[in-house]
Design a protein around this ligand. Structure first.
Ligand code: C2E
Ligand code: CA
Ligand code: CA
Length: 740
């Protein structure tokens, strides 16, 4: 079951925090700040609202007070008017009259004071100048025409006036009443007629009626105002509350927006890092794929991927009836390069070879490295005609062969290489990929046997020899112990056919496969270091032979050449480097020690022993080789440089090596009769060697013409089938005797 997305997101967030993603902390801080500011805002609005509320409440209570004040005044008025009536109706008592007069003046002052205070209050609240003007106008009218006041008062409606104006009217009315009363009292002091009293009473009653009506209106209006005000206050309050609500909502929306924006940011960040993770895992998948399916050094497909491709190609050939092809190639002398120049150089060569191979084939063809110096090329759809398909595959193989034979520059060092190439065809999808590979490998092996740097096609005969090869590898380990090795000797002569020496050539008497030549097992022996003990055996056998030859006149002066493998020399250097600090008795003997031991044991004349090292070997690690060879020379043995001319060096390069002899490689000898270029090369080799006091011998001389051509260039020592192939010692000795 898959985890919930939310849990996944939480996981992702936690990972971000673990990764110290400060942007996330910043985001949280931003959110918190936004919320705090919003809360501050709401709080301010609330307190503002509370302030407003208090203000409304204060105004409300003021209104109530005013209303109650008006009510009190009304009561006071009513009471006073009642008194006036009493005084007027009771009439004639002078003492009572005076008493009431004093009381009247007092009451009048009190009511007037109340009215004036109320008026001031109201004016303070009602600031409209228009209202003020109206009030003043009304007041002026009333004041100047107080005589006609009643008339006017009766017509005047206070409902339209402001409360303060109404109170002002009341004040005027109050004064009017006072004046009327005073006039009446003056006009009828103590003895006024009942008619007069009646008239005054009539007037006072009129004022009373009007006044009562006014007061009721006033009070009602005060209350109406009051309720209106409350309603308005509530409306405004509600409005404010609504505003606040809106404000809060706005704030919440703002926070929500910030949240959403941050969430979007977070999500995009998370998805970005998820993508990053995904691409990382894709990358690691890709690198796992690469690890699994490609060769780390060259980047080419490895054996596994190659097998897939080959399977696919075979299947395709079954579907289309077109032929497919497999090219199997192995670099020539790669081991020597590795052993002498080091693995780094070897690696450089492999990378370069991979590049060249890719350039030789179509994109649809697969170039792969099987390991070591073995490469394969799977050729896709070739022709459906076998012959044409063969020609197509051959032309590609030749192209490859040519490309790989071009000079290399490996970290500023020149290198010359070639490859042995085997080709196998397949069609109709009827054979397995293992079988196709085996066939191409067998063909490649054929190419190696044919002298390297060639292309061979698979045939059944080669197959048999392939099968024997793996058998060879098995039995090589026990060959020495089972004494299956033997040395054959090939004679070396001067221009007068006199025997000057011999080369010891190794043979393996295989119990099942018969006599095997070095090309069939030396490389194998070098590959697993068996060459060290085998080389030791060769040295020992050769010296034993020399010891025997000392006894015979015909063989006493012969110099015997022994081939030294590159591995023997390289291992020897390694051992020597180690032995400076090491006292281990288990270490393998160095070549110098090996030779020294053998010389001591056999008690031969060291001058009779010659060690052959190949040119390509001598060239690499010149210092070490020179040092080792000097050591060997100091033992009294001589040194020959084998296969000279194939290593593309000039003798001047080899000045530091103490050489006694160079062996011109048989490739120069083969064409020397017809090829003037080879003649010129041989001449310059001979001249240079002689100038350095080095003897020159030509190998692989098969014809008299070759011998003559060599003599013409100044070479007077020979080895080759013309004088005798490599043969067992008994035969060799026999020949010497009969030729004598
Ligand atoms: P190499 O040192 O160049 O030996 C000369 C090779 O040329 C020998 O091949 C020899 O049989 C062959 N040969 C001689 N005369 C002629 C000729 O006229 N025509 C032709 N076509 N070939 C001729 P072989 O015996 O098969 O040895 C091959 C290589 O194996 C040798 O080449 C040498 O590098 C190596 N080898 C032989 N014996 C030993 C050994 O005891 N130790 C080591 N490390 N390598 C050995
Ligand atoms: Ca040799
Ligand atoms: Ca040689």
């Amino acid at each position: 079951m898959k985890p919930l997305p939310a849990i996944k997101a939480l996981h992702a967030i936690r990972t971000q925090i673990k990764r110290k993603n400060f942007w996330l902390l910043g985001l949280i801080a931003a959110l918190a700040t936004a919320i705090i500011f919003l809360l501050f805002g709401i709080n301010a609005d609330m307190s503002e609202l509370a302030k407003d509320n208090a203000y409304y409440n204060a105004r409300l209570s003021e209104q109530v007070i005013q209303a109650s004040k008006i009510a009190t005044i009304q009561i006071d008025f009513g009471a006073q008017i009642q008194e006036w009536k009493d005084v007027l109706l009771r009439g004639h008592d002078t003492g009572l009259y005076q008493k009431h007069w004093a009381q009247f003046e007092q009451n009048e002052a009190a009511v007037h004071q109340q009215l004036s205070a109320l008026h001031r209050d109201l004016l303070a609240h009602e600031t409209q100048p228009a209202a003020e003007q109206t009030s003043q106008l009304t007041k002026a009218q009333l004041l100047t025409h107080y005589q006609l006041g009643l008339q006017k008062l009766e017509r005047q409606s206070v409902a339209s006036l402001h409360l303060s104006d109404q109170v002002a009217v009341l004040i005027d009315a109050h004064q009017l009443i006072g004046n009327i009363y005073r006039e009446a009292l003056l006009r009828h002091p103590l003895s006024a007629s009942s008619n007069n009293i009646f008239l005054i009473d009539q007037e006072v009653r009129g004022v009373d009626r009007w006044l009562s009506g006014q007061l009721v209106t006033l009070r009602e209006q005060s209350y109406t105002n009051h309720t209106q005000f409350i309603a308005q206050a509530q409306r405004e309050y509600l409005l404010d509350t609504q505003k606040l609500h809106e404000k809060i909502q706005r704030g919440i929306v703002e926070i929500a927006l910030i949240l959403i924006a941050n969430l979007v940011l977070l999500i995009s960040r998370l998805s970005a890092s998820a993508q990053q993770l995904a691409s990382l895992s894709r990358q690691s998948e890709a690198s796992i794929f690469e690890l699994a399916y490609s060769d780390g050094l060259t980047g080419l497909p490895n054996r596994r991927l190659f097998t897939d491709k080959l399977d696919a190609a075979i299947a395709l050939s079954g579907n289309t009836s077109n032929y497919g092809g497999l090219i199997f190639l192995d670099l020539d002398n790669f081991k020597t390069l590795n052993d002498t120049k080091g693995h780094a150089q070897g690696d450089l060569l492999l990378v370069e070879v991979a590049q060249r191979l890719k350039h030789c084939v179509r994109a649809s063809d697969t170039v792969a490295r099987l390991g070591g110096d073995e490469f394969v090329v799977v050729l896709g759809s070739l022709s459906s005609d076998e012959k044409t398909a063969g020609e197509q595959a051959d032309s590609i193989a030749e192209k490859i062969s040519l490309a790989l034979a071009q000079p290399y520059t490996l970290a500023n060092h020149a290198h010359h290489g070639s490859a042995s190439i085997g080709v196998a065809l397949f069609n109709r999808g009827e054979i397995s990929s293992e079988e196709v590979l085996k066939r191409a490998d067998t063909a490649m092996y054929q190419a190696k046997r044919a002298g390297r740097n060639t292309v061979c096609f698979y045939d059944q005969q080669a197959q048999t020899s392939y099968e024997s090869r793996s058998q060879i590898e098995q039995s090589l380990h026990t060959a020495l112990g089972k004494q299956q090795f033997v040395l054959h000797y090939q004679i070396q002569v001067d221009h007068q056919q006199n025997a000057i020496g011999a080369e010891a050539l190794l043979r393996w008497q295989h119990p099942d496969l018969g006599l095997l030549y070095p090309s069939e097992f030396i490389a194998l022996a070098e590959g697993n270091d068996l060459i060290i003990p085998i080389g030791g055996w060769v040295l020992e056998t050769a010296c034993t032979q020399l010891k025997k030859w000392e006894q015979m006149e015909r063989t006493r002066d012969l110099v015997l050449s022994v081939n030294i493998s590159a591995v023997q020399l390289r291992k020897s250097q390694q051992v020597r480097q180690h032995s400076h600090n090491s006292t281990s008795k288990l270490r393998k003997p160095s070549l110098v020690e090996q030779v020294q031991t053998v010389l001591e044991r056999s008690q031969i004349n060291p001058a009779r022993l010659k060690l052959e090292i190949t040119e390509s070997l001598a060239l690499h690690d010149l210092d070490h080789v020179a040092e080792t060879l000097l050591h060997l020379k100091s033992l009294g043995v001589s040194i020959a440089l084998d296969d000279f001319g194939t290593g593309h060096s000039s003798l001047s390069h080899l000045k530091r090596i103490p050489l006694d002899q160079i062996k011109i490689d048989q490739s120069f000898v083969q064409e020397i009769v017809s090829d003037s270029y080879d003649q010129a090369i041989v001449k310059s080799m001979v001249d240079m060697a002689h100038s350095m006091n080095i003897q020159v011998i030509a190998e692989g001389v098969e014809t008299v013409a070759q011998q003559d051509a060599l003599i013409a260039q100044g070479c007077v020592f020979f080895q080759g089938n013309l004088f005798g192939a490599a043969i067992p010692v008994a035969e060799f000795e026999q020949r010497l005797m009969t030729n004598a």
